[in-house]
Ligand binder design. Structure first.
Ligand SMILES: [Zn+2]
Length: 150
């Protein structure tokens, strides 16, 4: 019984290694063929389209660029003016790193504009660890992005 369990464990680890290697390869391809826009730290806009705000900067002063490759809604509720939601997001940066953020979005309907104003605030997560199923989803999402880009 014990042996069967350890064999199973080895097979699971092999699958994980395979997936992680696959992810590394896909990231190399993505870096060459995908566009990485600057990432908003604070963004303002209408109807989930952010057109102004402040971008994250790297230590050298250049803008931090990336693409959203994973999204997980953690909390969502209504406020007296609209909605608020809290999510975990992972971006693939222009350097080929996976960077995890916590993001707060706020939307409120504006009578003057007759439109919904939205704003977001993104924070780099202290714990950058990603679970296996999250990595698996990231691999899938980047693969789909690549397919759509080609
Ligand atoms: Zn307005």
């Amino acid at each position: 019984m014990k042996e069967t369990n350890s064999l199973k464990q080895i097979l699971v680890e092999k699958e994980t290694d395979k997936m992680k290697n696959q992810l590394k390869k896909v990231i190399v391809v993505a870096m060459k063929s995908l566009w990485f826009p600057p990432i908003f730290e604070d963004g303002y806009g209408k109807n989930e389209q952010y057109d102004e705000g402040d971008y994250f900067q790297k230590a050298d002063g250049a803008l931090l660029r990336g693409r959203l490759v994973f999204y997980s809604g953690e909390f969502c509720d209504q406020t007296v003016n609209g909605n608020v939601d809290f999510s975990m997001e992972v971006f693939l940066t222009g350097e080929g790193e996976l960077l995890k953020f916590y993001t707060i979005r706020e939307s409120r309907y504006c009578q003057d504009c007759q439109e919904t104003h939205t704003r977001l605030h993104r924070m780099v997560a202290k714990d950058q660890s990603l679970m296996e199923d999250e990595l698996d989803a990231i691999l899938n999402n980047i693969t789909v992005d690549l397919r759509n880009a080609s």
